[in-house]
Design a protein around this ligand. Structure first.
Ligand code: SAH
Ligand code: SF4
Length: 343
């Protein structure tokens, strides 16, 4: 993988690839393992690899770069201990990540793209369009930087920050393999959630990978008319094709899908909507996460005040639905509020 001034993005390489590189450079193969584990531990420069001979460090410096995430700002929430980070990448692109504390440990919501081109009308990230895809190394570096800054150990990941993960499919898949690698952070796939707005071909491809991660699908509307208005992706792949793909996903991986549904006042929280939604997912054993829409400046949408009532209506129809607790809203760190501007 080459990118930065044609140097090798070494932190995005798998252990066996780093070993192959070491061999190609005439270094003993075990040096590859050493380099990989130092990168996985979060070193920010080759100089820090003091267990390597000077010559090997000079080679790395000349031919490779470490794609880091430089902390520009850290905003702690006064209310719930959530912390939002603003990071700058090697080329000046800016992204955000959010560290959340739960009873069971620390979870990082990380970005997979700078910006997003999906254009959902209620989302702050979509406003800027896509700036660029993140490298696998830059997803890893968000974990390293957040851990270094706070001293906590991150035990769970949610790919729900800026960007549409399946629009950066190859890099996200490589990141998942890197982060779960036994020589690396060794994060279990069951500790990782990935959220998508519903890119059907990539979803079908992901099903074939048979990963044991938790898949979340952002539905937000129970019929094509409303969903196409809110989420342009629905004009390309409508609800019928999306639900078809979701059923195939569950069948292939044996994993239940979690659907995200942000209730928007007067638009998606009516009893008729609840009925349509129940009809869509009946029989899938799926779970619905009801999210009160978080305010985004200038979007003109208002949070559904009826989230609890809406969830109760679904439960009464035998659908497994819960209202998600919103974290970090006071520092614009909640779902859909990440924009990496005016932070
Ligand atoms: N692009 C992916 C993942 C990032 S967005 C996706 O769309 O699924 C993470 C979640 O935040 C998605 O469920 C998204 O629909 C939701 N979201 C976006 N804007 C929101 C808002 N203003 N209020 C609540 N949730 C929002
Ligand atoms: Fe992109 Fe997700 Fe925001 Fe839609 S909700 S614009 S897919 S980040």
């Amino acid at each position: 993988m080459k990118d930065h001034m044609d140097k090798i993005d070494i932190k995005s390489l798998m252990p066996q690839e780093v070993t192959a590189l070491a061999r190609e450079w005439g270094l003993p193969p075990y040096r590859g393992g050493q380099i990989f584990s130092r990168l996985a531990a979060g070193v920010q420069s080759f100089e820090e690899m003091t267990d390597l001979p000077r010559g090997a460090r000079a080679l790395l410096e000349e031919r490779c770069f470490i794609a880091g995430a430089k902390e520009i700002l850290r905003c702690p929430s006064a209310k719930d201990g959530t912390q939002k980070f603003l990071f700058e990448l090697y080329d000046g692109a800016r992204i955000e990540s959010v560290l959340m504390n739960y009873e069971y440990g620390h979870s990082l919501c990380l970005s997979t793209q700078a910006g997003c081109r999906m254009g959902c009308v209620f989302c702050a990230t979509g406003k800027s369009g896509l700036i660029r895809n993140l490298l696998p190394s830059e997803m890893l570096s968000q974990i390293h930087a957040a851990e270094k800054s706070t001293g906590v150990k991150i035990g769970r990941l949610v790919l729900m920050g800026m960007g549409e993960p399946l629009d950066n499919y190859d890099h996200v898949l490589r990141f998942l393999k890197l982060v779960s690698s036994p020589e690396g952070l060794h994060m279990g796939m069951r500790k990782i959630s990935l959220s998508t707005c519903g890119l059907v071909p990539q979803l079908n491809k992901l099903a074939e990978e048979n990963l044991q991660l938790t898949l979340s699908v952002s539905l937000h509307a129970p019929n094509d008319e409303t969903r196409s208005r809110l989420m342009p992706v629905n004009r390309r792949w409508n609800l019928a094709s999306l639900m078809d793909s979701c059923r195939r996903y569950t069948k292939k991986t044996g994993r239940r899908i979690s659907f995200e549904y942000a209730v928007i006042d007067g638009q998606s929280d009516t009893p008729e909507c609840a009925k349509q939604l129940a009809g869509l997912i009946r029989g899938m054993g799926a779970h619905i996460n009801i999210i009160p829409l978080n305010p985004v400046k200038g979007s003109g949408f208002h949070a559904g005040k009826n989230a609890a009532r809406f969830a109760a209506q679904l439960s009464a129809m035998g659908i497994n639905a819960t209202v998600r607790r919103t974290l970090g809203a006071d520092v614009d760190a909640a779902c859909g509020q990440l924009s990496a501007v005016n932070s």
